[in-house]
Design a protein around this ligand. Sequence first.
Ligand code: GCW
Length: 695
Amino acid sequence: MKNYAKLWLKYPAKKNNRECEALKKVVFSGSFSEDKILENAKKELALGLKGMLGFEPQISISGNASVTCEAAGDRSGSPDCFNKKVLTSGKTIVDQETYAVSIKNGNINIASDSSTGILHGVFEILRAVGCEKDVQKEYAAEKTFRPSNPLRMLDHWDNMDGSIERGYSGRSFFYDNDEIIINERTVDYARLIASVGINAVVINNVNVKQAASYMITDRYFEKLAELGEIFAGYGIGLYLSLNYASTIEIGGMDSADPLDEGVKAWWREKMAEVFKKIPTLKGFLVKADSEGRPGPFTYGRTQADGANMLADIAKDYGAIIIWRCFVYNCRQDWRDKKTDRARAGYDNFKPMDGDYHDNVILQIKNGPMDFQIREPISPLFGGLKKTNQMLEVQIAQEYTGQQIDVCYLIPMFKEILGFKTYCSNAKQDTAGTGSDNGLDTVADIISGKTFNSRYSGIAAVTNTGNDLNWTGNYLAGANLFGFGRLAFNTELESDEIADEFIRMTISNDNDVVDTIKEILLPSRAIYEKYTCPLGIGWMVKPATHYGCSVDGYEYDRWGTYHRADHLGLGVDRTDKGTGYALQYNEPNASMYNSPENCPDELVLFFHHLPYTHVLHSGKTVIQHIYDAHFEGYDEAVKLAEKWETLKGKVDDEIFENVSERFKRQLYNAKEWCDQVNTYFHRISGIEDEKGRKIW
Ligand code: GCW
């Protein structure tokens, strides 16, 4: 098979730093164990500098670096010591993975308390060289890098048969025909994601079914142990998605009731076996009572009952349970205007705030619906005060172009992370554990700082597959690269992440870099303009979720409506409608509750408005729909034209891949533009002020 792309690990010859003396002798210092991770750090540094600068560094180690896992004692929670008996914490992980880079006695010095930190320090140096920064200057003053988030996770919706749910980059490189694949690509994948700071990976689909239910049996233990070692060698913890009903599906029992003694006994025996056979396993991700998956609700139990039963057992192995909040009524009657899918997460999980044990983390999607191009931030962020929580975003572009349309998502993630939840202003709850430290953005909360959470972090549904370029569209690589970099440092800007990605993966030519940035940075806004207006979401082809179908989900059971009629459209989620707006802390609740205060970009998510309603922009709703779609399409055309100017300036394979996908994107954008404009022109009977062609 033709070799797959090395992406940002290609390490092509670079112009700068070729005479940089500081890079010729690199010192690793601090108290870390000399383990597989350290060995990989040395190999990577040598490989990278040899490729980019033509020389291999002399690497030496200083400090009490011979600390072994056994001697780790008080550091037994550190990532490089998979000591199963001690439950670690987010703070321990972040403390251990912190690293510093400086120049001491003329040599680059990477310091850390863990070999994982040293490894991240090596990738820091390689990015600086890859971006042709002046290393001598860059690290003349010591720089300390402390991860923003303890858990920085990629979730694979890969199925054992080799298919990928919502996968747009080929088939799984983990599985085929119900068997686990391990080869050099597996190692390169671990390197690729470690190089951007990922430290956790869930390797199977959250919809655990058929063979995947047997991942926790000796049918797969040997391969999973091997896989876990590969990831551990790059400071990455292995996690598995778990079938909540395993006692039934593989245990031959007739119940999965979390309070049933027989069920608990089964899990105790099973977990003992699993953690013995897969010593690097760090925990489980669970989708329960969601979209037909089994769960505690089946037995009249709460979500906390379900999560805590598993967590109390996993705790003995230092492991955690990540429990998804994606629980809603997926059998809604489209005529029912009371039920609101947007309310479900908060209604199902807020009441048990504080009931979850300290090795349970609730994984919360950025929005209340489902990874749309724009959603309000889930009110669980700022609602939950006594529960470990992590953010789930999607870089698999299920609703955002499926790696055909260019849609650089980092600007969206920056908006999500910067959202002010006002939880610090919320009246102190009974236990008085609401945060009064003013750290109330989503970024603060998932860092663990706001509520001093034991665990926290951020996960992305990954966009990878076995395509030679890993992500379908080469430019979608910016979302994989960018998610990792942003998860490690939430202060990074979209622009600087894009700059790094382009220089590491495509070119150091400043004109090329600028041109590709001009394509990536506005691409989310452009995609939003030619698809769903003003935060309404959906309007996609059912099941596939690519392409326009305004009424595709209008009469379905999934709670995904726009409620358009001849006078207006949108969903009333105010106190006069479903009341969703009131799930937010003040002043967000009042802001969203009134059309006058609600931001334009979300106004149809919260309100049912006439087409003639005047937005803050001064435009009517209907004129905004026409303008946004015509402009969005025109702007997409300009992106494609910008890309064409790069012919001969970037690698031909990259050029052709992106050029071909731009052709499909323009077809898609035109369909969206014409179908949405035609639909709302017909239904409203209101003309476009600018008299443009509507069919
Ligand atoms: O995004 C939606 C997808 C499903 C997915 C589900 C989830 C894994 O359409 O394919 O299932 O949500 O997040 O669990």
